[in-house]
Design a protein around this ligand. Structure first.
Ligand code: NAD
Length: 475
């Protein structure tokens, strides 16, 4: 039996138990524990604590904050094996991917911590006796909402960036994967982050966001989640004139040009799609493949897809774990049925596996018509949709035809075609010839419905600051 922690809220530096709801293991539907729900009084406690925490934390030297955050990263690394098991128990992903996520979170925390030491302002040349100075100051208390697909990395980056900039934070992490956030916050506590600077709550997401966002203590909102929820929270933030950082859904196009090795890229495409069972906002989803390489590409992709082992994420041989919740299985089933009914050709997968747990194999559909629902709705699951195109122009036009614009991918060895993708693809993150659209050092985020603002890179840290311009007449 693996250890699953006894979950608590973290408010003003104290752990607090509360009644709540069961947390399910997506591999066998068993109950892992209870996620505590915060009351209104708990939220008020977190707001007051975060306000006080901000006063002290924002006045520390950036190097001192960086040192504390660096310790949290070290703690996570030292516990990576155990935390990976906890993540797999509640989220389902293969334990090797869970471990990688913990290590990547530590990298992100470290990078954000050090970048806080470089939050430079500037001095603007002006007439003698006058000095114009631009300062970047921490914005204040952050309200953060994080999802279940990357239950350590997503809240980890939000907390690290906020704290590095000198802010305090109230994190409402996903109720479906609470232990990963609990362990993350425990690492910050043990690293020596003062009471009130990080607070962790769970509960009814709509009730919590509708209470926190309008509250005068909260100065910025950050969400990683669906477009629908993002629009709701952004509208609420707008009503109270607060900035919002929104990392929302995607429907990533992959443009495969006729000059590439079709078999190698088809194989890589299946692997790229299989990561976290496709439950990734940057997951490659619409494959627009040029005619000349279409058949060998889909054959290689289907062959690789069928070779991937679906099973319990704790089994080291598993390539694809269960989907994180039953909603995803239902959604994929509907999208596959609709696409097949409209003429798509099933090459791999296509049916759920077993009746216990949320197992669904990597599914490859070819010749998918543009009017299939899956070509417009984010599947957020192990579904690859392939469509034949006659030219890169046609592929780009189709790629840009959706309201999403998060990640995009291109496969080509032609500098001219790559440059056309650089220039014309409407996305926030473009990866050419691989499937890793961001690292801690680079800004990550979307255009159009995929969101506002960036995480990572210097741009990410700027979201947690306000600019103050000072003009000082000295004589
Ligand atoms: P959902 O829209 O119900 O929830 C998404 C997340 O937002 C959850 O963590 C949920 O707790 C939270 N949430 C929901 N309503 C909220 C509210 N009013 N205030 C604050 N938080 C709220 O969808 P779901 O079924 O959990 O996930 C499916 C869809 O969510 C996917 O299709 C995908 O588009 C999106 N999603 C995106 C990401 C991402 O990385 N951008 C991550 C997870 C889910």
């Amino acid at each position: 039996m693996h250890h699953y922690p006894d979950l608590k809220l973290f408010i003003g530096g104290a752990w607090k138990t509360a009644d709540g709801e069961p947390v399910l293991n997506p591999a066998d539907d068993s109950v892992l524990g209870t996620v505590p729900h915060a009351t209104r009084a708990d939220l008020d406690g977190a707001l007051a604590a975060a306000q006080n925490g901000f006063k002290a934390w924002s006045r520390l030297a950036p190097a001192q904050r960086a040192e504390t955050l660096g310790k949290a990263a070290q703690i996570l690394r030292s516990r990576a094996d155990d935390l990976a098991v906890v993540m797999t128990l509640e989220q389902g992903k293969p334990v090797a991917q869970a471990r990688q996520e913990v290590m990547r979170t530590a990298d992100m925390i470290e990078w954000e911590a050090q970048e806080g030491r470089r939050l430079y302002g500037r001095v603007i040349p002006s007439e003698p006796g006058m000095r114009h100075t631009v300062l970047r100051q921490p914005i204040g208390v952050v309200a953060a909402f994080s999802p279940w697909n990357f239950p350590t990395a997503s809240p980890g980056r939000k907390v690290a960036a906020a704290l590095s900039a000198g802010c305090s934070i109230i994190l409402k992490a996903s109720e479906e994967t609470p232990a990963s956030a609990f362990e993350l916050v425990r690492a910050f506590e043990e690293a020596g982050v003062p009471a009130g600077v990080v607070n962790l709550v769970f509960g009814n997401p709509a009730e919590i966001s509708e209470y926190l966002i309008p509250h005068p203590t909260i100065r910025v909102i950050t969400l990683t989640g669906s477009v629908a929820v993002g629009k709701r929270l952004t509208a609420l933030a707008g009503e109270y004139m607060k900035p919002a950082i929104m990392e929302l859904g995607g429907h990533a196009p992959v443009i495969v040009c006729d000059d590439v090795d079709a078999v190698a890229s088809g194989t890589l495409a299946a692997l790229g799609k299989s990561r976290n069972a496709g439950q990734v906002c940057t997951s490659p989803t619409r494959f627009y493949v040029e005619d000349a390489v279409y058949e060998p590409f889909i054959a290689a992709m289907a062959e690789k897809a069928m070779s991937l082992k679906v099973g319990n994420g704790l089994d080291p041989d598993t390539d694809i774990g269960p989907l994180a919740n039953a909603r995803r299985v239902a959604a994929i089933e509907e999208l596959v049925a609709d696409a097949r009914q409209k003429g798509a050709r099933l090459l791999a997968g296509g049916e759920r596996l077993g009746t216990k747990g949320n197992f669904y194999p990597l599914t490859v559909l070819a010749d998918v018509p543009d009017d299939a629902r899956a070509m417009r709705e984010e599947p957020f699951g192990p579904l690859a949709l392939v469509s034949r195109v006659r030219s890169i122009d046609e592929a780009i036009e189709k790629a840009n035809s959706l309201p999403f614009g998060l990640a995009g991918y291109g496969f080509t060895n032609s500098a001219r075609k790559a440059n056309q993708l650089y220039e014309e693809l409407e996305v926030g993150n473009l990866a050419i010839n691989h499937f890793v659209p961001s690292i801690p050092e680079t800004p990550f985020g979307g255009v159009k419905d995929s969101g506002i603002g960036r995480e990572g890179g210097e741009e990410g840290l700027h979201g947690y600051t306000v600019v103050k311009n000072i003009s000082h007449l000295m004589s």
